[in-house]
Ligand binder design. Structure first.
Ligand SMILES: [Ca+2]
Ligand SMILES: [Ca+2]
Ligand SMILES: [Ca+2]
Ligand SMILES: [Ca+2]
Length: 390
């Protein structure tokens, strides 16, 4: 019984072995040999990696039936082809595996490792409301990279203006500082820009910001002021003298009184009083006028006067108004249409027309010329602008 039993066991064992050898070329060779490569071993979160297991092999005559992928982020996939791609959105270290399966149920596993870099964490603070003329305080210095990478900063000061002329108005690098106060906004309104932080691997995070720029409030008082100008000289008959002056560049002109006075011809030999002409030209206003000297009575100097009132109208005074800046406001006050008479250059021309007499005494004309004095009095209104409500 014992011998028989042993013989039977041996027989069964032999039969099993024969069956096995008939099925394939051998147990040790039935498994495929898995090979796996990836096109990148380091990516930024959100990027895609291509995997290739086509170098895997399986002994003849078996054939590879499928590739079972495990991307190590909870997702798996089975494919007939030896290629696959996968997007990794969460930073970290991954071990991606492929299981190669042949038609005999044989398997082999290959791995590749992958580093998925995290973009820097963007933390920033930008002024939300400023007044015109103030700078915007921008601070992204609390931004950091989870992997400790070096973070760089790119501020785009205006997402509607293409600073670097590449066709994209929102990608400009107007400042690379972590904290900047470079941007000064002088016009009221809203401004939108962006901040991008980038780590040493090129991964970035971008956000936009907006600031409201509000105008300032000013009080305007027009202050009355006299400006008196005076020139004098000596002209011989036939000579002219020209004076060019800008009486006051930051005012509204109301009136002018320009008087030319000649020195008296005291000696009877010099009588009568001489004739001079005073001409005024204000090119910007197209105003040209002249006046000849005359002697009102025998006790007075010969003189000529030119007076003009109401060159412009009296403005409202003592009120408040909003504007982007005092300079803007001054400009608009001084350039109000219809109120610019007298601005710019004034040109006075004094001409000695006739210095009587011309009949020589001892070969000399006893009155060849005369002393003159020009006195000009302007009445002006000067805007005084003071900011209120800061
Ligand atoms: Ca990083
Ligand atoms: Ca821009
Ligand atoms: Ca651009
Ligand atoms: Ca004379």
């Amino acid at each position: 019984m014992k011998v028989t039993a042993t013989s039977l066991t041996l027989l069964i064992t032999l039969m099993l072995l024969v069956t096995s050898f008939a099925g394939c070329s051998g147990l040790s060779n039935v498994n495929p040999n898995a090979k796996l490569v990836a096109d990148r071993d380091e990516i930024n979160a959100g990027e895609t990696v291509n995997f290739d297991a086509r170098e895997s092999s399986t002994p003849d005559p078996t054939i590879i039936e499928e590739y079972r992928w495990n991307f190590d982020d909870g997702s798996t996939k089975t494919s007939k082809q030896g290629v696959s791609s996968h997007q990794f959105s969460i930073p970290g270290y991954y071990s991606i595996e492929v299981t190669v399966v042949n038609d005999q149920g044989g398997t082999d596993i290959a791995y590749v490792s992958l580093f998925v870099n995290s973009p820097p964490i963007l933390t920033f603070d930008v002024s939300t409301v400023i007044r015109t003329g103030d700078s915007v305080i921008m601070d992204a210095s609390d931004s950091m990279d989870p992997e400790g990478g070096v973070v760089s900063f790119a501020w785009d000061f205006d997402i509607t203006v293409d600073t670097n002329n590449d066709g994209d108005p929102s990608n400009d690098v107007d400042s690379t500082d972590s904290i900047t106060t470079e941007l000064i906004l002088s016009q009221s309104g809203n401004r939108t820009g962006s901040i991008t932080v980038t780590d040493d691997k090129g991964a970035s995070n971008t956000s936009s910001w907006s600031v409201m720029v509000i105008s300032r409030t000013f009080r305007i008082v027009w202050e009355q002021q006299h400006v008196e100008l005076e020139w004098s000289g000596y002209l011989e008959q036939g000579q002219s003298y020209q004076i060019t002056d800008i009486p006051h560049s930051s005012s509204r002109m109301i009136s002018v009184n320009s008087t030319l006075v000649l020195a008296r011809d005291i000696l009877p030999i010099m009588w009568p009083e001489d004739n001079f002409t005073m001409a005024i030209s204000v090119p910007s206003s197209g105003w040209n006028i002249f006046s000849a000297t005359a002697q009102d009575n025998i006790t007075q100097n010969s003189s000529a006067s030119i007076v003009r009132d109401n060159m412009n109208s009296y403005p409202e005074s003592g009120y408040t108004i909003t504007a982007d800046s005092a300079d803007d406001l001054l400009y608009s006050l001084l350039n109000e249409p219809g109120q610019r008479f007298g601005q710019g250059e004034w040109i006075w021309t004094i001409t000695a027309d006739d210095c009587h007499p011309d009949i020589p005494i001892d070969d000399i004309d006893p009155d060849q010329g005369n002393d003159w004095q020009l006195v000009v009095d302007f009445l002006l209104l000067v805007p005084r602008i003071s900011e209120i409500g800061i």
